[in-house]
Design a protein around this ligand. Structure first.
Ligand code: ATP
Length: 253
């Protein structure tokens, strides 16, 4: 990987971009993943490449859902694997969740490559290889999930997900936590908990909140019932438009 000087003003963004390039070279990330990355970068630039207060609050509620779940599952696609495998493994440990590889453009080869990559980053068990159940109302390959994984889950974290699949999962009455930098994307719109933040910041934030909530014995139900997803999306949109009361330290316009 090309060395990016630590004091480069776009350091984090460039490192992230290189990780996606590397993911494509290793057969983990699809070429469409490059387009998704570009779209994400644009929104992150407008947000000021920081975690806004409303996203931090949403991450805390996400942690509460994952801790209270009967069967939480963290869904991993090619961009997620390239960007934050170690962090996803750590979050799975923190909340006792399964990790499942779940791809829009599923090929068995890519599912295996991602599962292997997760194991190299400390995962013990990775689901997604069986693909023996289906999400209703989706075409064949996109619908495949594991019967003892996402199919059975009550709470699912689906970062950087395509809108159709996010919608179809929601229709299965699962509580969906979405990480997406675009507050207007369909996935963010259908999520019970939309976290409008870069995944490389959001996943460690959820894990930190989860450990803190668990250790402090906080009232998880109160946290969950006090959350308003619409308000979280609106706060992010205001921050992006630069007319924010949600810490307006950097106006993009
Ligand atoms: P939808 O169907 O939900 O409207 P979409 O068609 O835009 O979404 P994709 O093209 O798959 O879906 O884009 C993936 C989404 O992931 C985009 O909304 C993009 O902003 C977001 N995204 C990309 N990279 C990141 C990242 N690093 N962190 C968070 N979100 C990201």
């Amino acid at each position: 990987m090309t060395e990016v000087p630590a004091d480069h003003p776009r350091h984090d963004s460039l490192v992230t971009r290189h990780r996606i390039e590397e993911g494509v070279d290793r057969g983990i990330t699809s070429r469409q993943g490059l387009i998704a990355q570009g779209r994400g970068e644009a929104f992150d630039y407008l947000l000021g490449e920081r975690t806004i207060e409303s996203a931090d609050a949403a991450a805390r509620v996400a942690a509460a859902h994952l801790l209270s779940a009967r069967h939480p599952v963290l869904s991993v696609n090619g961009n997620v694997a390239a960007l934050c495998s170690a962090e996803m493994v750590d979050l799975a440990d923190a909340v006792g969740a399964d990790l499942e590889v779940n791809l829009f453009g599923r090929t068995d080869e890519r599912v295996r490559a991602i599962a292997e990559h997760l194991r190299e980053h400390g995962a013990r068990e990775v689901k997604g290889l069986a693909g023996d159940a289906r999400i209703p109302n989706l075409s064949h390959e996109r619908a495949k999930v594991d019967s003892d994984g996402i199919y059975d889950a009550d709470v699912v974290l689906v970062p950087l997900e395509d809108g159709d699949r996010a919608e179809a999962l929601g229709e299965m009455n699962k509580i969906e936590i979405v990480i997406d930098l675009n507050p207007l994307s369909r996935s963010a719109q259908v999520a019970a908990v939309p976290i409008i933040d870069n995944i490389i910041r959001a996943v460690p934030t959820i894990a930190r909140h989860a450990r803190e909530l668990r250790d402090s014995g906080a009232d998880l139900d109160a946290l969950i019932s006090g959350f308003d997803p619409h308000a979280a999306r609106s706060a992010a949109e205001r921050a992006i438009r630069g007319s924010t009361d949600d810490d307006s330290s950097r106006s993009p316009f």
